[in-house]
Structures are given as structure tokens and as C-alpha cells.
Design a protein around this ligand. Sequence first.
Ligand SMILES: [Zn+2]
Ligand SMILES: [Zn+2]
Length: 363
Amino acid sequence: MKAAVLIQPKQPLEIDDLAISKPGPHEVLIRTAACGLCHSDLHFIEGAYPHPLPAVPGHEAAGVVEAVGSEVRTVKPGDHVVTCLSAFCGHCEFCVTGRMALCLGGDTRRAADAPPRLSRAGSGDPVMQMLNLSAFAEQMLVHEHACVRIDPEMPLDRAAVIGCAVTTGAGTIFNACKLVPGETVAVVGCGGVGLAAINAAKIAGAGQIIACDPVAEKRELAKVLGATDAIDASAPDAVEQVVALSRGGVDHAIEAVGRQASADLAVKVLRRGGTATILGMMPLDCKVGLGALDLLSGKKLQGAIMGMNRFPVDLPRLVDFYMRGLLDLDTIIAERIPLSGVNEGFEKMKAGHSARSVIVFDQ
Ligand SMILES: [Zn+2]
Ligand SMILES: [Zn+2]
């Protein structure tokens, strides 16, 4: 199968022929239909977050099940599935207390003595799987706890972005913020995750949704998805603008970029009792904090990973929201590209101008 391989950080991915192993007892072989380009991939490609190499990135995918291992009961060949990097073990402290997004995956990793899931087609040299998925490839071999069956009517290119960006943005509103209708929201950063948070805030009945982004084009998209107001996040008076628009600050501020400045902005625009939720992958030495007066005002700060999802439940619900015309995935997807366009797609992401590029594989 063809796959995009990361050989060295800061180098373009190479399209190469790889071999993929057969499903183990709890594994699922999937024909990849589509995979979104996510900012987290870029962190690994640029070397900001380390990973053993060579490896195949890509983790925001949907496809069709081709084969399953002997013990798999949740999906069968022919099923349409969305994958999720939040592979859960099902029996750790986090799983059994309903916080599956915090599970470290336990035995969903391939056993050390089993053949690697991916290898070079010629030499047989192992190639690392990234986030247990490696979806920039025509096929994926994943643990059954890393995918969920969805409505076969759902278009798979749009289903793919639910696997990471949309689950992260929407899950933050529904699961981490537990937004109450009428509450005010500011979203800092209007890429795929931020736009999904804005759209979910609208679905959840937010009173006011203020989009903050330096790029005018993204502020316009934010308005299409439900933002009631939009401001330039790079303006020197960005904090004052949000506080004025919301008459004293917002109930929920969501940082969806992964930058120190945007995290600080999220904390500064809170009203009394408000909560800042940090989603972005910040550089590893970053710190965000609340001052003494913030704490005396009942302000709160929390991290959230992958929208604190319970993905086997959340993903089919998001699919249902799309099918009923509530979740606007068509606006979140900026372009569809072939696998060979993957490097160009990441160049565009670095330039910061498109919402979401999605690789669509030939079916
Ligand atoms: Zn992602
Ligand atoms: Zn677990």
C-alpha cells in the first residue's frame, strides 16, 4: 500500500510502498477513505514533539473495514468506521470512571513479540505507527478500541474530520465545559478545532460566541459556523474588546491554538467565575496561570485532551448532528487533496490560511 512516511523531522513526507500486517485477535484492518491534516501531525513533522522514526503520521480518518481479528465483536467487514487516537483499554481507573480520553491505551498497543503493524515493502524494515493509527496510508491496522462504526449514509470525507478536530472542539463544549444554554463563550483560534468548538457552542445554545483569530478569512468562517462576534486576536486591545462585547468577560474561554499568547488571552477574558480551557499543543516549556485576584473571583483553568471524549458514544452522535443539518462540517473542510498533495497541504497549514485539508483516497 502507498503511505506518506516521515523519515526526518523538518523534511517533506515521502510517499512509499509499505506492507501492513494481518489483524491480530483484537485488531481491525481498514481501507482508508479519507484523512484530515491536523496541526498535531505538524508538531511531529517539525520535530517539536519527538517520535521514533521512520513513522507514518495521520490520525483523523474514516474508512471501510476490510478484515477483523478473531475476537473483534464491535465491527465487521463492510462497516464504515471513524478512527480515534483515544484508544482505550476498558479496564483502567480512567476507563471505569468514564474518563476514557485519559486512558493511556494499555494493551491496545501491539505486543512486543508480534510482527510490527507496518514495514517497508522491499526490505521488511519496521516502520513506526503513529498514535496507533498511521492514517496517511491506503490501509490502517488498528485496535478495535480505536475505531467506531458509523451510519453508512455519512460521507466518509466529512466523517474523517470528526475523528480529531471536531471531536476535540465539540467535545470541549459538551464534555469539558458542560456549557449551559445562554452562557457566553470566547474561542481563541479558528482552525478546524476552534471552528468546531464555535459550531458546537451554537448547537449547545450558547448566548454569545466571540471568535478571536488574526486571520480575517477565518473570522468570516467562524461567523458562518455560529460566532455572534469576531475580533482580531492580534489587536493590542483584543482583551478589552472581548470584555466589552461580553459586558464583563465570558463564562468560557477556549484556547484552540497551542500558543502562550492565546492561552494568556483566554485567561484574561474570563468573567467572575469563568473557566478557561486550554486545548492546543503548546511548546513543552509553556505555562499558563491564574493570579491571586483571578482565584478570589472564582475563575478556573483546565486542560482538556481530545474533547475529553467517550468516542464510541460521541462520534456517532456527531455524525447524527451532521446528518440532521446541525453540525456544519462542509464549512470546516476547506479542500480535498490526493495523498501526493500531503506536503503542500501542510505548507498551507503553516501559512495559516485554510480551515481543514482532507486527503481523499481513491476508492
Ligand atoms: Zn489531531
Ligand atoms: Zn483505560
